[in-house]
Design a protein around this ligand. Structure first.
Ligand code: NAP
Length: 477
């Protein structure tokens, strides 16, 4: 492993400089971090050919051996956590404490799936015919194309890579244009721990749509695993129909965060900070719509503003920073536009001020009096903006929460056990946090319903999408 930042594509175990490069810049001040290979179609062809060539061998390798390599890769991530976290902070902008948490979270998928590789069990089925034996085995699906976003460059990759490699699949990954360096750093570690050439390939690109589309269309690719926006996910699913490729989609969210009248308000505020402000609000599971039962609306807003007002906004590399820059200028414009629209339509600014567009550092804003006509009610804000709306009852809170085409995660705060269960069951979401602002963990199935996606990542269910069931009927007499 080299100490310098890796910027070349990684194809079939070789580092390819290519003929074109694109810049990766620090979102805080646009400092150049590295020039990265701009992969072309020939490189994608080579990566896909390598993944297809090595697939039969990798698939046959005993599961405990595949698992051991994954475990070693996870351990290497942890032993290099500071270096990897600093790289993440530089290319993504997130606070260093969050980058360290991301490295640990990302490594946990490799460790967990490494162990799970040995538990990809089949079935035996009692037959009606005494001369038959019916068995079901689970086989690796084939070479997989993995496309990831910029907001969690390590974790969104390892959640897929861990499951794919554990199942016996091989991978060609295309990271986001803004954050390819973490993926390349991981490829460097993978080479170092002895992952065979061709099992994990990385093709960075500044033309994500075009090159990503080309990668996904290759006939040898048997499964697509995509994390990103709903619009792109929908397009990918349409295109995948041509070859009937298996598709997993982790897409956008519009999470409700319900605080009912009997909630522990301090716990709700603590959960709100976690659910809203990680990565400057740029997470798919970010609480987007706060729905507060009327009797405690003022008390909750007061406590919330007091806590939010203490958050430190600044450069991600400063250890005190809680909120770093947003990813680019278009993110600033989008957030400013959503806040302006809400204020014009009657929202009250309880804390902060609308972004002035001069910096990517956005100080947190708390808005009250939100109504469903406001654009931020229907749109993934992806920034440090809290939108508060009141509900007259539990039933109204649930109706407001479900009034969206998205369904990734929902949060609810209440002390009443029966209410916890009742509301969790009524919420239309793939995941629910009950008195909990952080639901993501390697052991649990992560994923959404409705426009938030298809399939699950993490947990034993996360491996299912990388395997085919094969049923074998054997006549024994
Ligand atoms: P995005 O624009 O959809 O991009 C995601 C990835 O897809 C990037 O690598 C991008 O490359 C690539 N891409 C863009 N157009 C493509 C196309 N036509 N075909 C194939 N690949 C294409 O999303 P983003 O703005 O990076 O990420 C933010 C979104 O991701 C949010 O909506 C967020 O909620 C969602 N997200 C969801 C989850 C989840 O688990 N549900 C987790 C994290 C993020 P370029 O970077 O080169 O454009």
């Amino acid at each position: 492993m080299s100490e310098t930042i890796k910027g070349d594509a990684f194809v079939d175990g070789r580092w390819l400089p290519g003929t074109a490069r694109f810049p990766v810049k620090d979102p805080f001040d646009d400092t150049l971090i590295a020039e990265v290979t701009d992969a072309d179609e020939a490189m994608v062809d080579a990566a896909v050919a390598a993944a297809a060539r090595v697939f039969p061998t990798w698939k046959r390798r005993p599961a405990p051996e595949r698992g051991k390599l994954l475990g070693q890769l996870g351990a290497r991530m942890l032993s290099e956590e500071r270096r990897l976290a600093e790289l993440c902070t530089r290319e993504n902008g997130k606070p260093i404490k969050e980058a360290i948490a991301e490295v640990r979270y990302a490594a946990s998928f490799l460790t967990w799936f490494g162990a799970e590789a040995s538990r990809i069990y089949g079935e035996t089925i009692p037959a009606s015919n005494p001369d038959q034996r019916l068995t079901v085995v689970r086989e690796a699906i084939g070479p997989v194309a993995v496309i990831t976003p910029w907001n969690f460059p390590y974790a969104m990759l390892t959640r897929k890579l861990g499951a794919a490699l554990a199942a016996g699949c091989t991978v060609v990954a295309k990271p986001a244009e803004a954050t390819p360096l973490g993926t390349l750093a991981l490829a460097d570690l993978a080479e170092d721990v002895g992952l065979p050439a061709g099992v994990f390939n990385v093709v960075p690109s500044s033309h994500g749509g075009k090159l990503g589309g080309y990668l996904l269309s290759r006939p040898q690719i048997r499964k697509i695993s995509f994390t990103g926006s709903t619009e792109v996910g929908q397009q990918i699913m349409k295109n995948a129909a041509a070859d009937l490729k298996r598709v997993s989609l982790e897409l956008g969210g519009n999470a409700p965060f319900i605080v009912l009248a009997d909630a522990d308000l301090d716990a709700a505020v603590a959960g709100a900070l976690v659910a809203k402000f990680r990565n400057s609000g740029q997470t798919c599971v970010a609480a987007n719509r706060f729905i507060v039962e009327a009797p405690i609306a003022d008390a909750f807003a007061e406590k919330l503003c007091a806590a939010v007002g203490k958050l430190v906004v600044g450069r991600g590399s400063d250890s005190a920073t809680d909120i770093g820059p947003v990813i680019d200028n278009s993110a600033v414009e989008k957030i400013a536009g959503l806040v302006d629209d809400a204020v014009k339509r009657g929202a009250t600014v309880l804390l902060g001020a609308p972004p002035d567009g001069k910096t990517r550092l956005i100080h947190p804003i708390v808005l009250a009096g939100i109504t469903p006509e406001m654009a931020l009610w229907r749109t993934e804000i992806f920034g440090p903006v809290i939108a508060l709306r009141t509900a007259a009852s539990e039933a109204e809170a649930i109706a407001q929460a479900n009034d969206t085409e998205f369904g990734l995660v929902a949060y609810v705060y209440t002390r009443d056990g029966a209410r916890q269960q009742r509301v969790a069951e009524a919420l239309e979401a793939g995941m629910v946090g009950v008195n909990e602002g952080l639901v993501s963990t390697a052991q649990a199935p992560f994923g959404g319903i409705k426009h938030s996606g298809l399939g699950r990542e993490g947990s034993r269910h996360g491996i299912d999408d990388y395997t085919n069931l094969k049923y074998i009927a054997t006549r024994i007499g």
